[in-house]
Design a protein around this ligand. Structure first.
Ligand code: SF4
Length: 512
């Protein structure tokens, strides 16, 4: 993978042939994915979809000692302003002196659409530098400047000699892609081009020209034991710490990137033996470029959610360093404790039905977890589907053969399809992305968040916490039932009589 010389990264539709519309079963999508044509699927009607600028902000809001400039009309990304408090609190968990979120919007208007917005961008960058003196100024490009032809790279090249902050352009215009996860590539593209490399080392990190031989050997040894764990902004600090603690017996040097990092943390991130992803959807662009540019191998297989996938995650790392025996010991100890602890909760959860919605990696692994607790998974709704989802789903089907029959729907947003599915199957529980759970609640379906930055979801303790919370939650679901009694969704009754995937053009139809 090598797109780093390009100013703008490719979109996922082109790079990964990612699919954004599907309706069928897990068995069918797995079969169709092998034909390689899922990316042709489309919709005759589309209700909503996510914008990559918003998702880019979910990572960039976490970067410490930086200022974010959203170069756009005032509304872009505004829904994430609500994260200001969360970002500040979680930044402080890493560094008590962290400033939290600092945002500037260039507030483009109709006149700027005609005259161009470059002057406003220039003014915003100089203001951010003078007012905050941050280590990095991150500039988000949106639809409007992209459409009117603002050359933000040229503006920033011109400004670089005038500012001490590193300038990091992120090309995340929403109109370019229907796969919102393209945001992760846009963010990593900006980071790789502007924060990674010897030239970005802060003074204390600059290696002496003639290093002492013993010191150099120590440094090389440390690099050979260094693992970059690529975290996600949807996980909690406790999840992060739990994973670090789980790996402690392997005696590796763990570096956690990119969320909640300081801009300087990226400079020498290529000095590592291995990159380990927590979510392939999030990290394949970074890991691929680290391999191509710096020869750092990677593991992108799964997210450590549920016993089976946590085991795989740990064993893959251990195998790389030839430490399988130690890893098996960790797993044995943890699983024995866990099984005892969750036994009473399994009794409560046994036979409860569930539909899940969210990112492909999370829903597939969460489905495995819920199945292991005795629940019956009826359906999965993925935001998109690509080779990483395909591999994980194939493993799930192999390990839990009844997963073949589970319904599979692919679509970012598209709440009308979700509403139809939930109306038809009436599961005991919907596990979904916190941003869209209100829709299910209005149908009277109890909802449980697929992730939460204040809770534990990962590793063995994550299994315990999910089981404990679910068992408690499902004992009284009157809250959702009451909402369902008094609220309604904006669809006609006739929509619920139709097939949930009636508006999806699948590959056969496209060819016909
Ligand atoms: S789609 Fe474009 S205009 Fe809309 S929020 Fe995203 S970047 Fe802004």
């Amino acid at each position: 993978m090598d797109y780093i010389e390009q100013k703008i990264p490719p979109i996922r539709e082109d790079r990964l042939k990612a699919c954004m519309a599907y309706g069928g079963s897990c068995e069918e999508i797995n079969r169709d994915a092998k034909k390689g044509c899922l990316y042709n699927n489309n919709r005759k009607f589309s209700q909503s979809q996510g914008c990559q600028l918003t998702l880019s902000l979910a990572i960039l809001n976490t970067i410490r000692d930086s200022v974010i400039i959203v170069h756009s009309p005032i509304g872009c990304g505004a829904n994430l302003v609500a994260q200001a408090g969360v970002s500040k609190g979680f930044q402080k968990l890493r560094d008590p002196n962290a400033f939290g979120l600092r945002w500037i919007n260039t507030n483009l208007n109709e006149i700027d659409v005609i005259n161009g917005g470059e002057d406003k961008l220039r003014e915003a960058v100089l203001y951010a530098e003078a007012e905050y003196r941050p280590r990095a100024i991150i500039i988000m490009n949106s639809c409007v400047p992209a459409l009117i032809g603002d050359d933000i790279e040229a503006v920033l090249d011109d400004l670089r000699p005038q500012v001490s902050a590193r300038l990091v352009p992120i090309h995340c215009e929403g109109f370019r892609t229907k796969i919102q996860a393209t945001a992760y590539d846009s963010v990593y593209h900006g980071i790789l081009r502007n924060l990674v490399g010897d030239e970005y080392r802060s003074e204390e990190l600059i290696e002496p020209l003639f290093p002492d031989e013993a010191e150099e050997l120590k440094r090389q040894y440390k690099i050979s034991r260094t693992v970059n764990i690529l975290n996600v902004s949807s996980m909690s600090r406790t999840d992060e710490q739990n994973l670090i603690d789980l790996l402690a017996p392997l005696e590796l040097n763990i570096r956690v990137l990119p969320c909640y990092s300081h801009p300087d943390d990226f400079a020498d991130s290529f000095e590592a033996a291995l990159n380990v992803s927590i979510c392939a959807t999030h990290d394949d662009y970074f890991a691929g470029h680290m391999l191509t540019g710096y020869n750092v191998p990677f593991i992108l297989r799964t997210i450590p959610i549920g016993v089976a996938n946590t085991n795989k995650w740990i064993l893959d790392i251990a195998d790389f360093f030839d430490l399988r025996e130690k890893a098996e010991q960790i797993i044995r100890n943890e699983v024995i404790e866990l099984e005892k602890a969750i036994a009473p909760y399994k009794e409560i959860l046994k036979g409860k039905t569930v539909i899940l919605g969210g990112g492909e990696i999370r829903i597939i692994t969460m489905a495995e977890l819920l199945h292991s607790l005795g629940m019956e998974v009826l359906g999965l709704r993925g935001f998109h589907f690509d080779q990483y989802g395909e591999n994980l789903l194939a493993e799930l089907i192999e390990e839990v053969p009844e997963s073949e029959r589970v319904i599979m729907n692919v679509g970012t947003g598209q709440p009308f399809e979700q509403a139809n599915l939930l109306h038809k199957y009436r599961p005991d529980l919907f596990v979904g992305h916190p941003g869209g759970n209100g829709w299910a609640n209005k149908q009277g379906i109890p909802v449980f968040p697929l992730f939460g930055q204040a809770f534990q979801y990962m590793g063995y303790i994550g299994v315990y916490e999910i089981a404990r919370r679910l068992a408690r939650f499902l004992q009284n679901t009157n809250y959702s039932k009451n909402i369902g009694r008094h609220a309604r969704l904006p669809y006609r009754e006739s929509w619920y009589d139709e097939e949930p995937f009636a508006y999806i053009n699948q590959e056969e139809e496209v060819q016909a």
